[in-house]
Design a binder for this molecule. Structure first.
Ligand SMILES: *Cc1c(COP(=O)(O)O)cnc(C)c1O
Length: 359
């Protein structure tokens, strides 16, 4: 995906190099405009990475010590780390076993008098059931922070992910659907006050250079990453269509293998296939079989947050979140990238079929 845009990227790098301005400048401003337009929000704020974008979103909402924040039990650890960074406690809610997204029907049971916010994660590229989640949040006066790191361009009932919550975070880590050539992220919101707060907090708590309003951070976006992202953002709609086409090829090619559970999309949601995740009987042996055929796969994620050593102090054990644990034991992410051809998909599917029906 980088080859066809190489000349344009190199030109942008040269212009950046000659500008002698390296952090938070006109390129970041331009990208913020373009991304807010793409995501149909009033404000997009360039941040150092997705984890910092989540962290600053929580800080801007004033969430901290003594508060609880609801997170899915099957997310990437960064969602949970951000909650810990502000001193709040993560409270896990199980996903829907078919869509892998947080199950709205299980959220209310996790709400206590200390709950301040919900962080729905649009996992693997599929939008969460945002209408129900927003209704629950309103009924209980909770804030919503979408973790949109994996789902730029996905939608629920026609509205884009990253537009529902009070304040939303995304990541431009190189492997994401929209990736920089290094670390980067963004906060998106329609709330001008929260936008101003995040701008202050990302820049040493300062609005005016050397005058500090709060104990802020250095969590800013680099100029060169903004320049690269502006170029790649123009390609994102095309890349998304390609990912969806590849997913459709997989869904067709794998539909008659009973040992493989295919990804399912909620009828009201779209899926931008950041990952194409199956659940497979004999997952580890299948992964080895594919590796031996030269096909790389990954596991997203092998250990759910509640069983990570980092969270042993919360006192959870195996069996506490069985749906998340089952996904962790059986999931396998098949190769998917913009530009992948139908014959590549056929080859992966053939090797999977071969694994279950040895000659
Ligand atoms: C990648 C990711 C993050 C963190 O983004 P970074 O830019 O890597 O810090 C957070 N949440 C989810 C769901 C992610 O996939």
């Amino acid at each position: 995906m980088h080859q066809p845009i190489k000349a344009e990227m190199m030109q942008a790098f040269e212009a950046f190099y000659d500008s002698h301005w390296f952090v938070l400048g006109e390129r970041v401003k331009a990208f913020e405009q373009e991304y807010s337009h793409f995501n149909r929000v009033d404000h997009a704020i360039g941040i150092s990475n997705g984890l910092d974008a989540l962290h600053l979103s929580l800080l801007a909402l004033g969430i901290g010590e003594g508060d609880e924040v609801i997170v899915p039990s099957n997310t990437f650890i960064a969602t949970v780390l951000a909650v810990s960074f502000v001193g709040a406690k993560p409270v896990f809610v199980e996903p829907n076993p078919d869509t892998y997204n947080i199950d709205p029907a299980k959220i209310e049971a996790a709400i206590s008098s200390k709950t301040k916010a919900i962080i729905p994660v649009h996992l693997y590229g599929q939008a969460c059931e945002m209408d129900t989640i927003m209704q629950i949040a309103q009924a209980h006066k909770l804030k919503v922070i979408e973790d949109n790191a994996q789902s730029q361009g996905a939608s629920f009932k026609g509205a884009l992910t990253g537009t529902f919550g009070d304040i939303n975070a995304t990541s431009f880590y190189p492997g994401k659907n929209l990736g920089a050539l290094g670390d980067a992220g963004a906060v998106c919101t329609n709330n001008s006050q929260l936008a101003e707060k995040v701008k202050e907090l990302r820049n040493y708590g300062s609005k005016l250079k050397y005058y500090h309003e709060s104990i802020g951070h250095n969590m800013r976006m680099d100029e060169c990453q903004a320049a690269f992202l502006s170029i790649k953002l123009k390609q994102l709609p095309t890349w998304t269509i390609q990912r969806q086409q590849i997913a459709n090829w997989y869904l067709e090619a794998l539909k008659n293998i009973p040992q493989v559970k295919l990804p399912q999309t909620n009828a009201d949601a779209t899926h931008v296939y950041h990952l194409f995740v199956i659940q497979a009987i004999g997952r580890d042996a299948l992964q080895t079989h594919l590796m031996q055929a030269g096909i790389g796969t990954l596991i997203h994620y092998p250990i759910p947050p509640h069983l990570q050593n980092a969270y042993s102090h919360l006192g959870y054990k195996q069996g506490d979140f069985p749906i998340a644990e089952k996904i962790a034991s059986n999931c396998l992410s098949l190769p998917i990238w913009p530009g992948m051809q139908e014959k590549d998909v056929a080859q992966v599917a053939e090797k999977i079929a071969q694994f279950y029906t040895p000659a």
